[in-house]
Design a protein around this ligand. Structure first.
Ligand code: ATP
Ligand code: MG
Length: 438
């Protein structure tokens, strides 16, 4: 029997795991700068959370969900996205009731599940990082959210980002627009895909999201949302745009951008980036304003705004662009025992070094010096600390910088200062790289 991971899922380890973690760390740190706090909700939700929250007309809910009945015969779904679950949590915990601490500013990351056709940048289990700001209805909040999304990608070192923005208006705008789309597409349905036959009745806006090339061609001639925006939606949209513009962030207006989830209203956006090598992994980020979602899930009538990023996609573009090449993946120190007799002492000294806050390992058995050095290298150690009987008797160790090959005797009774001193050039280097990136 040869077990493989489930189709569309992937194991994360080594370089990719370190890179993904770094991406999540930078995105989280940026969210913290904007005063967001982390929330973690269950992977499993009752199916209605998504069918009502994410919306019955979305492709996600219609075709892509991992839904099953549990042993108690309750229909549950592995989250295909976070927003509906986060809003469910806000309502279940009545977070809005906490002495008027609105807006809530929450960020999250973790795995999401969609039964899609696996391909480049598209998995069945993937990871999202995202934010939700709930309890504020303002073009300024919408703008801040979009700016934060851009800012967090700049923090990772991205340069050539394409920010696409559209407004899909308020309820009234969308109703008028849906009627116009219905009229336009109804004469052309014969040429269009099966899904679009359903979309025209469920929500004709979804047709604009269709990925079939011929359908996209037809959609190009469709009426434009901008001609159907109510006055209020139009002026709100321009206010958001002018705030973004004033900060010097470039954007493109894209009137075919409608987003795949039902809960959006007013401003919606996506961020794209081709890797330097020209590879397109798909949108890095999607988001927008939502009106009725909190109420839809049983809470008060609070608006919100948020976005979600695909962590694998962000990681892949960042890696291709060389933004992750300086990531420190190794350990500080590898202790090399010389001879069987020193193993106990080496064990204890290793623990002492750990308690000082340095990452360190040793082979636990004695062996050839050469193979111990190889191991140190494979662990990415900055230093090797060689300890033989003679050294231990004198209370010293041989500290070898594995990059410069310089070797120096250090005092084992003053390990903290000795190691701090030795690590200094590396610390400075790390700070330097960091500044360059930002
Ligand atoms: P797409 O148009 O690429 O299908 P989407 O509109 O379905 O994206 P969202 O629901 O907005 O995506 O999710 C936010 C982000 O999550 C996307 O911009 C993308 O980076 C990522 N993402 C979505 N689906 C997948 C997937 N199947 N595999 C990997 N990442 C994904
Ligand atoms: Mg999708």
């Amino acid at each position: 029997m040869n077990f493989q991971p489930v189709k569309g899922t992937h194991d994360l380890f080594g370089e990719e795991m370190i890179g993904m973690q770094y991406v999540i760390d930078v995105l989280s740190a940026t969210a913290e700068l904007y005063a967001y706090k982390r929330i973690s909700t269950p992977v499993l939700e009752y199916t209605e959370v998504f069918s009502r929250g994410t919306g019955g007309s979305s492709d996600i809910v219609r075709k892509e969900m991992y839904t099953f009945n549990d042993k108690g015969d309750r229909s549950v779904t592995m989250r295909p996205e976070f927003t509906a679950g986060v809003v469910r949590s806000v309502v279940s915990n009545k977070m809005y009731a906490e002495g008027g601490d609105l807006p809530l500013k929450l960020y999250y990351h973790g795995p999401a599940f969609r039964y899609e056709r696996p391909q480049l940048g598209r998995y069945r289990q993937f990871h999202q990082f995202g934010v939700e700001e709930i309890g504020i209805d303002s073009p300024r909040a919408d703008a801040e959210c979009i700016i934060m999304a851009m800012q967090s990608l700049y923090m990772l070192g991205f340069k050539n980002l394409r920010l696409k923005i559209n407004s899909i208006g308020d309820e009234e705008s969308r109703n008028n627009y849906r009627n116009a789309l219905k009229e336009y597409f109804s004469g052309k349905l014969d040429e269009m895909c099966e899904d679009c036959h359903e979309r025209i009745n469920l929500n004709p806006l979804r047709i604009l999201d269709c990925k079939v090339p011929h359908d996209q061609e037809i959609a190009k001639g469709a009426p434009k949302i901008k001609d159907y925006l109510s006055e209020a939606s139009e002026s709100r949209f321009y206010e958001t745009l002018s705030i973004i513009n004033d900060l010097g962030i470039e954007y493109e207006l894209d009137d075919s951008l409608v987003r795949g989830l039902d809960y959006y209203s007013e401003v919606v956006f996506e961020i794209h980036a081709l890797s330097d090598a020209g590879v397109d992994y798909g949108a890095l980020c999607g988001g927008g304003h939502y009106g009725g979602l909190v109420k839809q899930l049983g809470g008060p009538d609070l608006a919100g705004v948020g976005y979600a990023m695909g962590v694998e996609r962000v990681y892949n573009v960042a890696k291709d662009d060389g933004l992750l090449s300086e990531l420190d993946t190794g350990i500080d120190l590898y202790v090399i025992p010389v001879g069987e007799e020193v193993l106990d002492d080496v064990f204890n000294i290793t623990e002492e070094i750990r308690s000082l806050g340095f990452s360190v390992d040793n082979p636990l058995v004695s062996g050839k010096l050469g193979s111990a050095f190889k191991k140190a290298e494979r662990r990415g150690a900055k230093f090797a600390l060689i300890l033989g009987e003679d050294e231990l008797e004198r209370g010293v160790g041989q500290l070898k910088n594995l990059k410069t090959k310089e070797q120096k005797e250090i005092d084992l009774n003053d390990l903290e200062n000795e190691l701090d001193e030795a690590m200094k050039p590396f610390d400075e280097q790390e700070h330097h790289h960091h500044e360059e990136k930002e």
